[in-house]
Design a protein around this ligand. Structure first.
Ligand SMILES: Nc1ncnc2c1ncn2[C@@H]1O[C@H](COP(=O)(O)OP(=O)(O)O)[C@@H](O)[C@H]1O
Ligand SMILES: [Mg+2]
Length: 323
């Protein structure tokens, strides 16, 4: 039976991809939970990665493994994911915690009563893993006194809870740990979500593996033509910066082309078109990694899609503009 475009898209987006740093981080955190269950020992981990490298998805994958349940008196929440809000203050982070734990009036009370209630409720709900996502928002406040205060608050919540804790955020979260010695001592282990951490395997070949793990879900065959696999790996790395989000959006663009143009096969020409529509509108000719005239360099200069510290939102906006 022929699949419709929407069915294809659903199949394509439904599964977790097991790319190496994702698996490493998942296993490490899973081990922390099991160690805590067996021994009561709480160990902690920092996970850093650029936007679109899979940090939030990692939180969701752990929540899927240890799902919420209900007993008559209360909810059991083994994994508590707290997304640090932009320009975080202690009060706003405590409110997110309370909301996630089902507190009926999360904004009620002073900062310290909110915190005490959050810690109490987290214990009642038998939280066994705390995951603070978007930890870089602690820094976005800019003011180092606030950073210190939120950092110290985090440390004190961890001390009260005594459960394994994961801090996830952009690479600059390392700076937060650098300036806050107390936090640094608690987070000695670190996993980076970027591809290419494995000394045995280069980033280009990992990009290629991620890409080829997805091609069987495409509606028609992918034919690379004359291009060697190695060269395709280089081009894919340049086009996606080794971030799972971009590999997926590239292929989502390709799926759209297949249905729009009723294609019977996918070639690097379609990858080039999808790069322009999905990742970077200005990415044409020597700035398009799938073009024959591509410059073969990282697209990380100012205004380019992988400029350091740039937000993925910008490419989303461009995508909307392009649509
Ligand atoms: N392991 C994975 N398997 C499948 N898709 C993933 C995986 N990790 C990330 N993604 C996809 O990549 C996109 C960005 O991931 P996300 O977890 O939000 O990144 P981050 O939080 O690091 O910015 C999402 O659309 C998500 O579906
Ligand atoms: Mg995220």
């Amino acid at each position: 039976m022929e699949l419709t475009e929407f069915e294809t898209l659903r199949n394509f987006t439904s599964e977790y991809l097991e790319f190496p740093p994702f698996v490493t981080a998942f296993n490490e955190i899973d081990r922390m939970v099991r160690l805590y269950r067996e021994t009561g020992v709480a160990s902690h981990l920092v996970v850093t990665g650029e936007s679109g490298s899979g940090k939030t998805t990692l939180c969701k994958a752990l929540e899927t493994k240890y799902p919420r349940t209900s007993i008559p008196e209360r909810d059991i929440v083994p994994v508590l994911i707290v997304a640090i809000p932009p320009a975080a203050t202690i009060g706003s982070v405590a409110e997110v915690m309370l909301t996630q734990l089902g507190d009926p009036s999360p904004s009620f009370g002073t900062t310290s009563t909110k915190t005490a209630r959050a810690v109490h409720l987290a214990r009642e709900c038998r939280v066994e893993l705390l995951m603070f996502d978007e930890a870089n928002h602690i820094q976005d406040r800019g003011q180092s006194p606030t950073q210190y205060m939120v950092g110290d608050w985090l440390k004190s919540v961890m001390d009260h809870m005594q459960v394994p804790t994961t801090l996830l955020g952009l690479p600059r979260v390392e700076d937060l740990l650098r300036v806050n010695e107390q936090l640094r001592r608690r987070f000695t282990r670190h996993v980076q979500m970027a591809l290419g951490q494995d000394p045995e395997d280069n980033i280009e070949s990992q990009c290629l593996q991620l890409f080829t793990s997805l091609t069987p879900s495409l509606p028609v065959p992918f034919l690379k033509g004359e291009m060697s696999w190695k060269e395709l790996g280089h081009r894919l790395h340049a086009a996606t910066d080794g971030r799972v989000a971009f590999v997926k959006s590239l292929l989502l663009g390709v799926i759209r082309l297949v249905f729009e143009q009723q294609l019977t096969r996918i070639t690097p020409t379609e990858l080039a078109l999808a790069f322009t529509t999905q990742i970077w509108r200005e990415g044409v000719n020597e700035l398009n990694p799938f073009s024959s005239t591509f410059e073969f360099r990282r697209l990380d200069r100012a205004g380019e899609p992988f400029e350091r510290g740039a937000l993925i939102g910008r490419s989303n906006k461009r995508r909307q503009n392009a649509a």
